[in-house]
Design a protein around this ligand. Structure first.
Ligand code: FAD
Length: 609
């Protein structure tokens, strides 16, 4: 970026953060005639970056030197074998929509119904949100499919290719996992379906093979709208409040990383109607706490005078607990590894196909087949005694909630330095509703780049661990039966005893069609230790400014107003009061579509709180 962008002194609505929810919200609000909207985004612009337009290049942005992500490092955790968890979050115009894995996964109807009925948020049930999810999308994967949209800005397709890795998994699941069904054209994203292995859609435009993200779908078509101003490289420090606890605007600083040489002062911008915070699960609580809105102890620790006592800010952090376990694949496997490894010949061929047809592996995210999985009665014991109570109380009454999501990724997911440059497929699995919670708080009163006080909560409850142990064993049976299977890199699998029948098969000529693997108690312990040592974020953080009653730790009410303040709303994934058993992008879009309706309604009746 060359020079400091121009920011007027005053707008009607000022928005902190320019990611997924902010983009959807700003675009929808900009259709209100005369309403002047400003979006301040801490990260860089993403307009012309081809590695963001080509979905397969996603991993290039997950490196420590990334310009588009920020890395949050948790405190050490005994539940993770003494490790710290590293959670990357988006930090660029477009936010998660622009850097995510493009997996199209929708929540279960009961997830949103819980938001309405369990957490007391009228208007947030599945009957309210489904029409908004439909409005946001054009479902190219199966045009006309029930519960999907046909005229919305975001395009959803199966991507540019159906990999032989995906086809292998579908065939094997059909033959091996007879407790569930396998159907290429089933719809696991209709908010109801579970226990069907099916082809997985992607947030990829089926016509040109580009990532369908919020800037390209919602914002750039409106670039000529003079009432909408998007300013990158502007980090919001805090919300300004008047003596009546009304939000009056934002204070921000230029992000020197993208604007080197810009002045280092704090700038102010006023709002005449409303301040909205859309800075995501880590950013939003930070802005509130630097504004003096939060728990007394947290604010005292960093020396911020308290303006509003709101102990829920930054609490109830949740994600999905996931593992990606790699298996060596045959040379003929269609995987993204050669692209991730920088193989010039493969990249040139894939580029030429992508540019001329919008198809091929560059128009892909490596994930073709997955399942939202619930245990059958005969499997429950194997899910562990620690999980039984959770099953009875939480899952039995809600038959649409998956305990696990699992599927095959046609590439090595993880640090490429951990294995030789071959071809791999990774069996990925995550729990949909982990019990243990964490927190996210600031460590400095003013510095927007200061490290986060972050506790992940991961695997602190044994009921969150035992389903993952089961999933390792289940996905391993599937992987070994796939014709493309060529081995299990021992260093990336549990440390089984050298004489255990469960030990890794380092090299294989093809599928292993024998009996199911028998695990000893010692093997089970090795899988649990492996689970704790290798569990990772699935990038699905939620919940740190929850929409629920204040006395239950809530931060916003059902109209998204921050308790104790007027003229201030939160609109992003941090408001989720309970988890969704799915990747979270679709939910963030739904939240923003709903917020746009709430705000336009309030503007038209001039009662913005
Ligand atoms: C690497 C990765 C892969 C993912 N893969 C998938 C997937 O395949 N499918 C799926 O459904 N979901 C996926 N997700 C999750 C999904 O993208 C997010 O849940 C969703 O985008 C969250 O939207 P949001 O609006 O809450 O936050 P974001 O989109 O993250 O937007 C928050 C924005 O606020 C900005 N910000 C933060 N602090 C400040 C500040 N102080 N001042 C100004 N700006 C600030 C950030 O830079 C960011 O751009 C993935 C996420 C990541 C990071």
């Amino acid at each position: 970026m060359a020079s400091t962008p121009h920011v007027e002194a005053e707008y009607d609505i000022v928005i902190a953060g320019g990611g997924t929810s902010a983009g959807v919200l700003a675009a929808r609000l900009s259709s209100v005639p005369g309403l002047r909207i400003l979006v301040l985004e801490a990260g860089p612009p993403t307009h012309d970056d081809l590695t963001l337009r080509q979905p397969a290049c996603v991993t290039a942005h997950l490196t420590p030197a990334s310009q588009t992500l920020r890395f949050h490092v948790s405190e050490e955790s005994a539940a993770l074998g003494g490790r710290r968890l590293v959670v990357p979050t988006a930090a660029c115009v477009g936010g998660g929509s622009t850097v995510n894995f493009s997996m199209y996964t929708r929540a279960s109807a009961s997830d949103y119904d819980d938001w309405e009925n369990v957490y007391g948020n009228a208007g947030w049930g599945s009957a309210d949100l489904l029409p908004l999810l439909e409005k946001s999308e054009t479902y190219q994967a199966q045009p006309g499919a029930r519960t999907h949209g046909s005229g919305g800005p975001l395009k959803v397709s199966y991507g540019g290719h159906f990999t032989n890795v995906g086809k292998d998994l579908l065939d094997v699941a059909r033959a091996y996992d007879t407790l569930r069904s396998s159907k290429e054209d089933a719809d696991p994203n209709d908010l109801e379906t579970v226990n069907v292995y099916a082809r997985w859609p992607k947030w990829i435009d089926g016509d040109d093979g580009t990532r369908s993200d919020v800037p390209n779908a919602y914002l750039y078509p409106l670039e000529k709208n003079e009432n909408l101003t998007i300013v990158p490289a502007a980090s919001v420090v805090r919300v300004t409040l008047d003596e009546n606890q009304r939000a009056t605007g934002l204070e921000f600083v230029w992000n020197q990383r993208f604007l080197p040489g810009a002045d280092t002062g704090v700038h102010k911008v006023k709002s005449t109607s409303l301040v909205v915070i859309c800075a995501g699960v880590f950013g939003t609580p930070g802005i509130l706490e630097r504004s003096g809105i939060g728990g007394a102890e947290v604010l005292a620790r960093v020396g911020v005078p308290q303006r509003v006592d709101l102990p829920g800010v930054g609490e109830s952090y949740q994600d999905h607990n996931g593992l990606f376990v790699p298996y060596t694949a045959a040379p003929e496997a269609e995987t993204l590894d050669p692209i991730a490894q920088g193989n010039a010949e493969v990249i040139e061929a894939a580029s030429s196909e992508w540019f001329s047809t919008g198809k091929g592996l560059l128009a892909h995210n490596s994930m073709d087949i997955g399942v939202k999985l619930r245990p059958a009665p005969s499997e429950l014991d194997a899910f562990g005694t620690a999980f039984r109570q959770r099953w009875e109380e939480y899952f039995v009454p809600k038959p649409d909630k998956p305990v696990l999501w699992l599927g095959a990724f046609a590439m090595l997911i993880g640090d490429p330095r951990q294995a030789p440059p071959e071809k791999y497929f990774s069996m990925g699995y995550f729990t949909g509703y982990p019990l243990a919670l964490g927190h996210v708080h600031i460590t400095d009163a003013n510095n927007v780049d200061a490290p986060t006080d972050f506790r992940s909560g991961y695997l602190e409850d044994l009921a969150d661990v035992t389903p993952l142990v089961w999933a390792y064993k289940h996905t391993r049976e599937l992987a070994r039966r796939m014709p493309l299977f060529r081995g299990e890199p021992p260093a990336l699998h549990p440390r089984f005893a050298a004489d255990s029948p469960a030990r890794a098969i380092e090299r294989a000529d093809g599928a292993q069609a024998g009996e199911r693997i028998a695990y000893t108690d010692q093997d089970e312990k090795a899988i649990e230790a492996f689970t704790r040592e290798r569990v990772t974020t699935t990038w699905h953080s939620i919940g740190t400014c929850a929409m629920k009653h204040k006395d239950q730790g809530g931060v916003v009410d059902a109209k998204l107003n921050v308790y104790g303040v007027t003229g201030l709303k939160v609109v992003d994934a941090s408001i989720c009061p309970g988890n969704v058993g799915a990747n979270t992008f679709s939910t963030a879009v739904g939240i923003a579509e709903k917020a746009a309706l709430i705000i336009t309604d309030e503007l038209s009746s001039s009662i913005v709180a």
